[in-house]
Design a protein around this ligand. Structure first.
Ligand SMILES: Nc1ncnc2c1ncn2[C@@H]1O[C@H](COP(=O)(O)OP(=O)(O)OP(=O)(O)O)[C@@H](O)[C@H]1O
Ligand SMILES: O=P(O)(O)O[C@H]1[C@H](O)[C@@H](O)[C@H](OP(=O)(O)O)[C@@H](OP(=O)(O)O)[C@H]1O
Ligand SMILES: [Mg+2]
Ligand SMILES: [Mg+2]
Length: 316
């Protein structure tokens, strides 16, 4: 049996660790074993691979120690690479630095700053820190200067230009080499007239977890079905066959998703607005078989490397 240890928050355990996943894994010779956070990691196992969504120095030190003691245990993903996604500025750096040519299409990040200087209204104000709390998902529309002044009193936030995208967002789920694109409804376009009609003293508006409040999967409006499929394909292509290094390679991560929108004025302009570590994979069709294949490949690859000459140091 291949042994995969998992250390996730209760919310992820509840959604990700379904019987359908456990059963399918077992049939394929894979055991999924929960890591007990109250016990030292090095006293648990043995594991072929560990997946995790924990952070903090204690956990990271434990992983580091485990890697020293048992270098053949594959840790997915490296804590430093995950850390990159805990800050909304650094999370999108990689995309800004990647120039991905896809014919006429461009993939960028909306203009964003900690300071709003030089940005155009409307803006979205996002908490800089992403720590899994409800607070880190609370965002504000900022329509005008007045809204900006009021918001500034609140907390460290990042300002990002709002991009009209016809109310459709794609969540692109990545599991190693597997890429799946899921369509969701998103925020409606904001027109100049709307912006002008916002009263000066109502310069900002709170919203939270918007893509979870609207229908999931195929219920998104905006764009004909063909058009939307093409858009989705474009997103998958971006990761799967982009001529430039794909996001996974660039970020050193295997388990993440990113949110992609397309400018409603110019269909060739795509924007990555958010990247999430170990997202709600249960929303990805057939996530069970995708993960089982992934675990199998990870362990196979590790064993192949060992048999190709590396010394097996694991105590099993
Ligand atoms: N720059 C933008 N232009 C247009 N819409 C945006 C922009 N940024 C965010 N949105 C909308 O706001 C929603 C929430 O923003 P974002 O994805 O950054 O937040 P989040 O809390 O990190 O989301 P998640 O639940 O995916 O982690 C997006 O799904 C999208 O509908
Ligand atoms: O609870 P935190 O650590 O903040 O992580 C969330 C991610 O940020 C979201 O992206 C996930 O939703 P999506 O899978 O719809 O992106 C969301 O999945 P969920 O809506 O299934 O809970 C969470 O994984
Ligand atoms: Mg998002
Ligand atoms: Mg997010």
């Amino acid at each position: 049996m291949y042994r995969i240890g998992y250390s996730l928050f209760p919310k992820e355990v509840q959604s990700f660790i379904q019987n359908s996943l456990l059963d399918h894994a077992k049939q394929c010779g894979i055991d999924l074993i929960e890591i007990d956070p109250t016990k030292p990691l090095t006293q648990q196992g043995p594991f072929d691979c560990i997946i995790h969504k924990h952070n903090g120095s204690d956990w990271n030190n434990q992983l580091q120690q485990l890697s020293l003691d048992h270098p053949n245990v594959v840790v997915i993903d490296p804590p430093q690479a995950i850390e990159h996604l805990h800050n909304r500025v650094s999370m999108l750096d990689v995309v800004s630095n990647l120039k991905i040519p896809q014919g006429n299409q461009t993939f960028e990040v909306p203009k964003q700053r900690i300071e709003e200087l030089g940005l155009k209204f409307p803006l979205i104000a996002k908490p800089v820190s992403v720590d899994g709390s409800a607070k880190s998902h609370e965002m504000f529309f900022v329509f005008n200067e007045n809204g900006l002044k009021k918001l500034k009193l609140k907390k460290p936030i990042m300002m990002q230009e709002f991009v009209n995208h016809s109310g459709v967002i794609f969540k692109v789920y990545v599991v190693g080499d597997h890429v799946k694109c899921v369509k969701r409804s998103s925020l409606s376009d904001i027109y100049k007239e709307t912006l002008n009609s916002v009263a000066e003293d109502e310069g900002f508006l709170l919203f939270s977890k918007i893509s979870n409040l609207v229908e999931k999967n195929d219920e998104a409006e905006g764009g004909s079905s063909n058009e939307v499929e093409g858009y989705c394909y474009g997103a998958e292509k971006l990761v799967e066959e982009a001529k430039m290094p794909p996001l996974e390679f660039a970020m050193g991560l295997k388990l993440f998703n990113f949110d992609l929108i397309r400018n409603s004025r110019d269909g060739n302009k795509y924007f990555v607005i958010d990247i999430n570590y170990f997202p709600g994979y249960v929303n990805m069709l057939e996530y069970e078989s995708i993960f089982v294949d992934f675990f199998y490949d990870v362990v196979q690859e590790k064993r192949k490397k060992n048999s190709d000459g590396e010394v097996e140091l694991d105590v099993k």
